[in-house]
Design a protein around this ligand. Structure first.
Ligand SMILES: NC(=O)c1ccc[n+]([C@@H]2O[C@H](COP(=O)([O-])OP(=O)(O)OC[C@H]3O[C@@H](n4cnc5c(N)ncnc54)[C@H](OP(=O)(O)O)[C@@H]3O)[C@@H](O)[C@H]2O)c1
Length: 258
């Protein structure tokens, strides 16, 4: 310990904190739920596939909640269920997300635009509203949204206008909530991943042509995995990130640095 760091190195521990992770039935959400639990959090895992959630909840001693988050009328049931079973949430990670259209922008159907916005932007907003009173009462909390580099840059060859718009919307929401809720010590940040292998991108990685395109555009030589994104989420979720709010942190192997 030096004279400049009287309280020692930052702590990543989350002992006993209650966390909600959406999209926890696979990919990044599942990896985040495991990591939060390994740091001591009690984690409510949320998605549609209840069998997967109960398996994960059993593994991490968490709590499974099945909810279709694109049904905005149902989203409001999540936080009360967490409060009743684990207690008031101090951490919310909005990782659920999907693409509903692979059309070029000029042809994307309105229905796809609506579904994308509901799941990727409005559900995280509603969940943030849901945790707000509990975080206020607890003297603070941390909300981490998962967006994408496509909320920041266009991705040549992989049309995703509605998805990009919804993810960019998360960054705007993040900055605004951070400023409105700072007085309650509620921090709000977004992590914007580059490409990593998951259910959503499995077909891309399985196509040699597409995989080569991803390799060519990613400066770091390693293929991205969900675990490569988790560190940034843990930093923002806990006290190590206690002075960071309103930010979008890009974790992309250098894709947007070129
Ligand atoms: N993989 C990438 O390259 C990449 C890059 C940038 C950003 N992202 C973002 O990272 C996040 C995690 O994605 P991932 O790559 O880990 O994909 P994934 O493996 O497909 O996971 C998506 C998760 O979202 C849940 N979900 C989807 N629709 C839902 C709904 N209607 N209601 C509730 N949950 C729903 C899925 O669970 P159920 O199917 O069980 O509901 C699943 O748990 C997403 O927000 C994605 O946009 C991914």
């Amino acid at each position: 310990m030096t004279a400049n760091s009287p309280s020692g190195p930052p702590s990543f521990g989350l002992d006993g904190r209650v966390a909600i992770v959406t999209g926890a039935s696979s990919g990044l959400g599942a990896a985040v739920a495991r990591a939060l639990a390994s740091l001591g959090a009690r984690v409510a895992v949320v998605a549609r596939r209840y069998d997967r959630l109960t398996d994960l909840a059993g593994e991490i001693d968490g709590f499974a909640i099945s909810c279709d988050l694109s049904d905005l009328g149902a989203v409001g049931t999540v936080v009360p269920e967490v409060v009743a079973n684990l207690g008031p949430p101090q951490i919310l990670v909005n990782a659920a997300g999907s693409m509903f259209s692979y059309e070029r922008a000029e042809s994307e159907p309105l229905e796809a635009l609506r579904k994308t916005t509901d799941l990727n932007l409005l559900a995280p907003f509603l969940l943030a509203q849901g945790v707000f009173p509990h975080m206020c009462e607890n003297g603070g909390g941390s909300i981490v949204n998962i967006s994408s580099i496509s909320g920041r840059v266009g991705i040549p060859g992989i049309p995703q206008a509605s998805y990009a718009a919804s993810k960019a919307g998360l960054s705007g929401l993040t900055a605004e909530l951070a400023v409105q809720w700072a007085r309650h010590s509620i921090r709000v940040n977004t992590v914007a991943p580059g490409f990593f292998r998951s259910e959503i991108t499995g077909q891309l990685y399985d196509s040699e042509k597409a995989a080569e395109y991803l390799r060519r555009n990613t400066p770091l030589p390693k293929e991205g995995t969900a675990d490569d994104i988790v560190g940034a989420v843990m930093w923002l979720a806990g006290d190590a990130g206690s002075y960071v709010t309103g930010q979008t942190i890009v974790v992309d192997g250098g894709w947007t640095a070129r």
